[in-house]
Design a protein around this ligand. Sequence first.
Ligand SMILES: [Fe+2]
Length: 200
Amino acid sequence: MNHEMNSRMNPQMNSQMNPQMNQEMVNPVMNKEMNSPMNEVMVNQEKMGMKDENIMKIVDELNICLANLNILFIKLHNFHWNVVGMGFFDMHEKTQELYEQVALMLDTVAEKIRMYGYNPLASMQSYLKVGTIKEAPSENINATTIANIIEEDFEHMLMGARKLDEMAKDTMDECLINIIADAMCFYQKNIWMMNAYKTR
Ligand SMILES: [Fe+2]
């Protein structure tokens, strides 16, 4: 997956490494969105003191994280609007708190991708293609079911954050490590809260 994504993300770099590469194989949507000027990538990576193959793997993971955060942003709005029954006021308010926090996190992730010299994914089409969080239908839903879904989704996000954390450890990039650590605290705290909310 990483190799495939990297090919789409930076066709200029790819064609330099592999001149025989068939450019028609590159997805035009991803290609257009994820391409970055080669000099910008090189200059930024030199400043970061990191090898480009490490950065490309991290950017792949950050884009998956960005896609999932965007899907969650909509999904939390969905729950905010469609919650019914016991616990309405609690969950209506809580989902707003969560989507406001998710909005800040997705911006942080996208800007981190820019710091590495790449363009972050920036369309719903690409988020749905790359994201691993499922959307929810727009229908009435009770607060306990919402708590279950949020708990599961945040556990999934936590696994993604752990994967990124493993990759980040080798980089000495404390900025990236802090972003991941903050995200892990956010997911852990809300997994606990959703679990406690369901306990009767
Ligand atoms: Fe609202």
